[in-house]
Structures are given as C-alpha cells and as structure tokens.
Design a protein around this ligand. Sequence first.
Ligand code: MRU
Length: 352
Amino acid sequence: MIATLTWTADGVRFIDQTKLPLEESYVLAENYEQVARCVETMVVRGAPAIGVSAAYGIALGAMRSTAESAERFAPELAKICARLAATRPTAVNLFWAIDRMKARFAGLASAGLAFDEIKKKMLAEAQAMFEEDIAACKAMGAHGAALLPDEGGVLTHCNAGALATCGYGTALGVIRAAVERGKRIHVFADETRPFLQGARLTAWELMADGVATTVICDNMAASLMRQGRIQAVVVGADRIAANGDVANKIGTYNVAILAREHGIPLYVAAPWSTIDLATASGDAIPIEERPAVEVTHHGGKQLTPVGVSICNPAFDVTPARYVTAIVTERGVLRAPYSEALRGMESSEPALA
Ligand code: MRU
C-alpha cells in the first residue's frame, strides 16, 4: 500500500506529493511546525490525509513539549492547534481531527493522568484515527462498488485516492473495490489544473494497481460524455454541508453540471469526518485561495504574462441537487440530503 503518511520513531514521514510521479521521495516532519508546513505546501494533501496529519502533529507537539505538567502544556496545545488550523481552510477533516485531539487531551487531563501518560495516549489517538480512516475507505469501497457499472468508463476529478487518505482512498476506493469485484472499469482522470492531482497522482496510483486509466485535460470531459464513453462520475469531498452541498477540488462543479446534462450519475465518496452538519449550506464553506504561482508557472517555467491578474480558488461547491448519492462508511445516502444526513448522524460504520 502507498505510504502517504507514516508514523516513525522520529516523527511523521510523508511521501512528497509535490514531486510525484517523477520522483518518489519522502519528507520527515519532526515537529508540529514541520507538519504544518507539509500541509500548507501540499507535500501531503487530500482532506482525510491532512486531518490525520494534524492529529499526528498535535501528538508530536505534546511529545516534544518540555512542559512539566498537563496544566502547563494546555496553552502550548492551544498554540499548536491554532497553527495547524491555519494551514488550509476548506477541508473540515482538519478541524474535526484537531477538535478530537483537543477533546482527548481535555479528558485525560481532567482524569488527572501524568503528562507522560497523556503523551502516549495522544499518540495512540492519532494512530487510531489513521486506522479508522483506512477502515472507512474500505467500507466506502464496499458500499460504493455496487453503484458502478459492470463495465464502462468512470470519470474522477482530482485525487481522492490512497494519496489523499491513510490508504485505499475514497472515490478511488470505490473504484478499487469495483475492480476487485470483477467490474471492468476504465478510469478517466481529469488532469485537475492547476496542481495536476489527477494527471500526476491519480494516474500514478491507479497505474501502480494495474487499473486501466486514461488522463484527460479538464476541458475534454464534456466531449467524452457526449461520445458515451463515461457511465459514471465518482469524486471525493473536502466538506459536505448539512444540506448535502459538496465542496471539492475546483472543477468538480463543472463536471457535475456536465454529468447532469448527459444523464450520468455523480457519486461523492467521503468519510463521516468530511460531513459538517454545523454548516447549513455550501455558501458558508470557506474556499481556500492558493498562491498565484500555481497558475502562472509550471515546473518552474512561467506560462502567463508577467503581472497578469490571477484567480486561484482551490475548491468549488457542487449544489446537492447534482449529487446522485453520497457514499460514506455508514452507508449510501440519497436526496433529500438534510434528512438523510441527520438520520445517519449517530450510526456506526457498516459493512456492505
Ligand atoms: O487541494 P487538495 O489536493 O488537498 O484537494 C483534494 C481534493 O479536493 C480531494 O478531492 C478531497 O480532499 C477528497 S480526498 C479523499
């Protein structure tokens, strides 16, 4: 399995996603600040992966702390959490993970445990989140595989695979599970300008698994749909609002409109940690604006005139009405999503 992020005795080891697919190299983050920089610079990316990275970052912050007691560590923890929370605003998994680690610390501290003991348990919590993420991806795969055709083209946008999670993937987990069950799926991977997660990362990880994959430029999807070469679309999500609106990689909304126009189902695969019932609709989801250089340059080479104005939102919102179904580890949800999401709020992960 691809080692997107790995806990080691020295810190968290990330496969460097800024270098793939031409170079397979790793970065070791030895403290929480280095974890934060890896998230900011997209060494590690993808909603579930950045959530678990933050959890490990907090565990590292506790382990490296010279505070003499849990009480003395509390203000340091607030600083660590604020730093990690400031890295990327859209994926709610990041805030979910930070809140879970904070709550774990608060519970352990109020139980009066020694700080050394608390450090161990915080690391164990981060490790549990890592394992739960893989299990959630496998369950999503099991639930979602049935939705895909026995044979045909499946379009995906960005990278919602092993590289975006702790392993197996969300959207790519559904595709992997369908292929494992004998479905003859041909994946079309949108290149996903400007960061090229599809062309670089999705293509790389699916090829490693021997899944038939063709990379297309983002502006080719409509034409392929019209030719009847795409039977389904599966994407991941960075945040799903209480009404079912989905924030995902910029360009997902375009794909959703195209899919609707061509009568093609669009499935969103995401773990429950991506669902944000506190946010009423997609309008309230903060959309990250990334540096202009991602658009103006490629591979260190300038593409645009010097000084031209650039707009680089990293995500867009697909209104719930375009989503055929949401696949989670708890099961498959269909519209109306407000009711479906509330109805599954306290369910446990379920195996299909
Ligand atoms: O900017 P990125 O690469 O972090 O964006 C990632 C996506 O938009 C993914 O589709 C999403 O996080 C789901 S990953 C399982």
